[in-house]
Design a protein around this ligand. Structure first.
Ligand code: KG4
Ligand code: ZN
Length: 336
């Protein structure tokens, strides 16, 4: 059977809905929340309120533009976690209500697995096994993907996520949230070798990004003590140097994982996979190491319901449904 599924994503600060039919994603409606910009990070209470305001319109738009009637749906999918509890609750409750009213099954989706499965929305698609570097605002993971729903985390951050390092560094420079895309823009005009930062590498395949955040804070404090306009005068070079340092920390572990596993199909996923420097670095490494690389469209890197729909499609085919007493989970590991 080729199911028709409505998927809802509400784990952080994007309210999104998508309809998938016969394994083809028909749309990807996203309402982004701007209310957090002035606070320098996502405010959980404001996020869940904004989800409540947006969810009905977002779902209606996804259904209308897909040309699908509710009676044609075979299942409703939602993000179970990981994410912000108040945000997740809005999506889970909405999905439960629709499933109950329509008398169709529910499908829970792990947000991080969905980031990986975004690779199956469009061609070219990787084959199994492949390695995926999943980099977002909340996670930094090296995942060995053995099958659609069989993934093993072989390395991950022991403290901050790399997206958090981008966002916190941006905040220290006085840039609004989310700072990752802004650092990317300024970095394009800067010299990546202008400043150097300490290497805070972990053993094995794990990452650590909290040290670089502190080092960056002290670096700016010392420079600003000498020249109050240091950031304004050197913003492009600071961004380029920091970004290239963070990328080299990611690439070092990715190369190691590829060598240790012998896997040559390499993918990146998650919000930080939208970074132009990382996309370039992975293409360069592909040429050097004879990797075949998979880089999702920008709209499928940051949070979106299309990836939830894609994951739900594979769960439907394996009869992996969820009962109505399901609750969201803030910290949910891959594979659970
Ligand atoms: O996957 P995502 O949308 O949400 C989470 O699941 O966390 O990732 C958001 C993260 C934020 O930290 C944001 O700054 C970062 O992805 N990000 C970027 C870029 N676009 C988004 N970081 C660096 N460069 C970008 N172009
Ligand atoms: Zn995400």
């Amino acid at each position: 059977m080729h199911p028709v599924i409505l998927a809802i994503e509400s784990s952080c600060d994007e309210t999104s809905a998508s309809v998938i039919q016969h394994s083809k994603v028909l749309n990807n409606v996203i309402a982004s929340q701007t209310v957090h910009h002035k606070y320098g990070g996502v405010v959980p209470e404001l996020a869940s309120r904004a989800h409540q305001q947006h969810i009905l319109d977002v779902v209606n738009e996804a259904m209308t533009t897909a040309g699908i009637l509710p009676s044609s749906l075979n299942a409703i999918a939602f993000t179970k976690g990981p994410g912000l509890m108040g945000s997740l609750l809005v999506g889970v409750s909405f999905a439960k209500g629709m499933a109950l009213a329509l008398g169709i099954p529910l499908i829970e989706v792990n947000h991080m697995e969905a980031h990986v499965l975004a690779h199956f929305i469009n061609d070219p698609k990787p084959s199994f096994p492949f390695l995926c570097l999943t980099v977002s605002g909340g996670h930094t993971q090296l995942v060995k993907v053995k099958d659609y729903l069989d993934m093993e985390v072989i390395g991950e951050t022991q403290d901050d996520a790399v997206g958090e390092a981008f966002d916190k560094a941006a905040k220290i420079m006085g840039l609004p949230y989310p700072g990752g895309p802004l650092i990317d823009e300024y970095a394009k005009e800067g010299n990546p070798r202008a400043y150097s930062f300490p290497d805070t590498a972990m053993q094995g395949l794990n990452f650590s990004f909290s040290g670089i955040k502190t080092a960056f804070l002290y670096f700016l404090r010392d420079r600003l003590a000498e020249d109050a306009a240091f950031v304004e005068k050197n913003r492009n070079d600071i961004c380029a140097s920091l970004q290239s340092h963070l990328i080299s920390m990611l690439m070092q572990k990715l190369r190691r994982a590829a060598n240790e596993t012998g896997i040559k199909q390499i993918a990146i996923a998650g919000g930080v996979a939208a970074n132009s420097g990382l996309r370039g670095a992975i293409r360069d490494a592909a040429a050097k190491n004879r990797w075949e690389v998979f880089i999702p469209d920008l709209q499928y890197c940051t949070d979106n319901a299309a990836m939830i729909a894609m994951a739900a499609h594979y769960k439907f085919l394996q009869n992996k449904f969820t009962t109505l007493d399901v609750a969201p989970v803030a910290n949910l590991a891959i594979g659970i």
